[in-house]
Write a protein that binds this ligand. Structure first.
Ligand SMILES: Cc1ncc(COP(=O)(O)O)c(C=O)c1O
Length: 379
């Protein structure tokens, strides 16, 4: 008997993310790359890591890349390399993954929140002047969901105050702002290769990329126990080295990234086309000159929690990124914030919902997601 590939039916689950499909397509390439690392028996700080640093720096349009153990470490070490110390203040949006804030706290510095724009979910440059103080030492900008933040006014503000700007580019590798890639837009840029990211490792990994030879050298020293020469440490550092197996896997996946990115962008265009007929759903915005790479395809809808449940009951995956803005997290209760302090972040936390989005998603699956949302709105 001939076996036929399974034909998807309209009732098959639609996951929010399906990494198994990606592995099915590239597994052979991955296994070869991992096998080569095994054969070399070089597991830390070897040729794969160095090659990946160069390739990612090139993609981001900058001179240097320093491979690290995670995106969180990238933030901590970039902040350190930019001179942030205990007692300093760092400006950042409260509507982000907690790591953006906890990296600041890890250095004993204080996160000072700057509300977002309600249409892009990224830092509102007009809010910076209200939050800056004489103790401010840096700004972290997050390119949330894959959309670059509005960098020009942020950089102009930072220049007047002589503040370094760090891009938290965990979610937007490959995106661009007015023709310039994210990663090249500020003093230093932090990447996460957490498995679910657009370029994801098979474990934790991260990188700092920068045009500054000084910042790159500092991060390189800090990631390896503050050693300026072998067994000679000039300052306290970390062990935050990117391992060779992850670097080799990431190099394989990097070869596919632009195709995957195009697929994400085409899925987003299809969602947008279908949602344009449906009042009550706000699709993601990508202003002119801002290239969105759709790490997430995130809609906004007032009845968010009910929709999330409705989709789940019909086996359609969706996720809330993020249900609690940082200023209302128990972690930051000592900062004394209350509901109402950052209204746009709070409203976004109540209304956003990320829908299925991954390169292998099919047109009929997108249609099913949108049809189901249409049914929900009619209920
Ligand atoms: C916006 C943002 N910042 C920082 C991080 C931290 O990266 P990692 O999980 O690699 O430490 C992540 C991802 O998890 C993220 O989404």
């Amino acid at each position: 008997m001939t076996s036929h590939p399974q034909i998807p039916t309209s009732l098959d689950p639609v996951p929010q993310l399906d990494l198994a499909m990606q592995y099915a397509a590239i597994g052979a390439e991955i296994r070869t790359a991992v096998e080569q690392v095994m054969a070399s028996q070089q597991f830390v700080l070897g040729r794969e890591g160095t090659a990946l640093e160069q390739e990612i720096a090139k993609l981001c349009g900058v001179a240097h890349g320093v491979g690290l153990a995670s995106g969180t470490d990238a933030l901590i070490l970039a902040l350190r390399a930019c001179g942030v110390q205990a007692g300093d203040e760092v400006l950042l949006p409260p509507f982000t993954f907690v790591a953006t804030g906890s990296a600041v706290s890890a250095l004993g510095a204080k996160p000072v929140f700057v509300d977002i724009r309600p249409d892009t979910y990224n830092m509102d440059p007009a809010e910076l002047a209200r939050r800056v103080t004489p103790r401010t030492r840096a700004i972290i900008v997050v390119h949330l969901y894959g959309l670059p933040a509005d960098m020009d006014p942020i950089l102009a503000f930072a220049k007047t105050r002589k503040l370094p700007v760090i891009e938290d580019n965990a979610q937007a590798i490959g995106a661009s702002y007015k023709g310039r890639p994210t990663g090249s837009l500020a003093d230093a840029c932090c990447l996460s290769f957490y498995p679910t990211k657009n370029l994801g490792a098979y474990g934790d990994a991260g990188m700092v990329v920068t045009n500054s030879a000084e910042i790159a050298a500092r991060v390189r020293t800090l990631r390896n126990h503050g050693q300026s020469a072998k067994y000679l440490s000039s300052e306290p550092g970390w062990n935050s080295r990117l391992d060779e197996i992850q670097a080799a896997i990431l190099r394989v996946k990097l070869r596919h990234l632009s195709n995957w990115q195009r697929a994400r962008q085409s899925h987003a265009a299809e969602y947008n086309r279908l949602f344009s007929q449906i009042p009550g759903v706000m699709p993601p915005l990508a202003p002119d000159g801002f290239e969105h790479v759709y790490h997430q395809y995130t809609i906004r809808i007032e009845q968010r929690d009910a929709l999330h449940k409705f989709l789940g009951e019909r086996k359609i995956g969706s996720t809330v990124y993020y249900p609690y803005p940082l200023h209302l997290q128990p972690l930051y209760s000592a900062l004394g914030h209350k509901a109402g302090d950052f209204p746009h972040s709070e409203r976004a936390a109540q209304e956003v919902l990320s829908l299925p989005m991954f390169p292998e998603l099919r047109k009929e699956q997108i249609a099913r997601v949108v049809e189901t949302i249409t049914k929900f709105l009619k209920c």
